[in-house]
Design a protein around this ligand. Structure first.
Ligand code: SF4
Length: 328
């Protein structure tokens, strides 16, 4: 969410002299009024966070650009690196509300991050950092689906109780639902949804039979070997260690060195020569196991945090490797 906010704010630099509607989500009426004032002022080239309201549907538009022909360009900004189907639905409902409020939307654009952009020495070139995609046609194609969806949502909201929808994988698509902790508060700690790589159809079959806990899965229910191991560990309460593990590890040492490192992937490239979402190592540790007689690491693990993260992963790896004892 914070990444999206940073990228959204940065995208405003694409339209110099645009004006931000400062009112927050809880000041929607004031935001709509302020938007009206700015629309009426032909000297304003663009409005950021423009607010509209129609038939109890409230929207905020990332960027609403005034075009020369008296029409408007609707711009949605995303921190992703490509257009996704949910972005088009987002734009379609915005276009629906704006049109009902009397504005003519001539174009719909999706602005997203250009993954191949490389930051230069003099900062970020925003025109190159962002990619603008014209999705007017796709948004028009969705326009007829919006009114029935809105009607359906109004009908649901008018019901005295929430719909009987059981939580499952759909709660994470396209975004994680914020009600997940509430909807799953009564689920057991060994709920079947935590089984690794459980197919939606397998979950649905177990769920339809009232099976929520892993320990209640019938023995003949088809599970993958990995899922079976998880069930056995949960039911027995013991960690699962494969019999072959010891044999597989013996040729690796001691002596052995274990390297662990951390990276971060900023959407806005922080250093010259890096791209959006490039993984940048910033912390590492080397754990050495030198002798078979020592069960634990005999030397204190070394952990380093670079004052400046390395922007060259290959060079960073080379610098770590020289620390590995030559016998390993
Ligand atoms: S978590 Fe969200 S999507 Fe899932 S059932 Fe609850 S309200 Fe619906």
């Amino acid at each position: 969410m914070a990444v999206g906010t940073d990228v959204g704010i940065a995208a405003r630099l694409l339209v110099p002299d645009g004006v931000l509607i400062e009112e927050g989500p809880h000041e929607h009426a004031q935001a709509v009024e302020r938007t009206r004032e700015l629309i009426a002022n032909p000297d304003i080239p663009a409005i950021f966070e423009a607010a509209f309201d129609f038939d109890r549907v409230r929207i905020r538009v990332d960027i609403l650009e005034r075009l020369r022909n008296g029409c408007w360009r609707l711009v949605e900004v995303k921190s992703s690196t490509r257009v996704k189907p949910e972005h088009l639905h987002d734009l379609a409902i915005q276009a629906y509300v704006i049109a009902r409020c009397g504005l003519v939307v001539d174009q719909a654009q999706l602005v997203h991050v250009n993954r191949s952009y490389v930051r230069g020495c003099s900062g970020i070139d925003w025109q190159a950092y962002f990619e603008r995609e014209d999705v007017t046609g796709e948004v028009c194609d969705l326009s007829s689906s919006v009114p029935p969806h809105v009607a359906e949502m109004h009908a649901t909201l008018a019901e005295p109780t929430p719909p009987e929808i059981r939580p499952d994988g759909h709660c994470f698509s396209p975004y994680p639902c914020e009600f997940w902790p509430r909807c799953t508060a009564e689920k057991p700690s060994d709920w079947i949804i935590y089984l690794p790589r459980l197919r939606a159809s397998a979950f649905a079959e177990l769920d339809a039979n009232g099976i929520e806990s892993m320990r209640d899965i019938p023995p003949d229910f088809p599970l993958t070997p990995g899922q079976q191991r998880v069930v056995e560990a949960v039911v027995s309460g013991r960690e699962s260690i494969a019999n072959e593990l010891r044999e597989a590890l013996v040729p690796l040492g001691p002596p052995a060195s274990y390297l662990d490192f951390e990276t971060f992937s900023p959407a806005l490239p922080l250093y010259a020569g890096t791209s959006p979402y490039q993984r940048i190592p910033f912390q590492w540790s080397m754990h050495r196991h030198l002798s078979a007689s020592t069960r634990r690491c005999p030397t204190r693990p070394s952990r380093r945090t670079s004052a400046r993260p390395s922007t060259n992963g290959r060079a960073a790896a080379a610098s770590w490797c020289v620390l590995i004892p030559p016998t390993v």
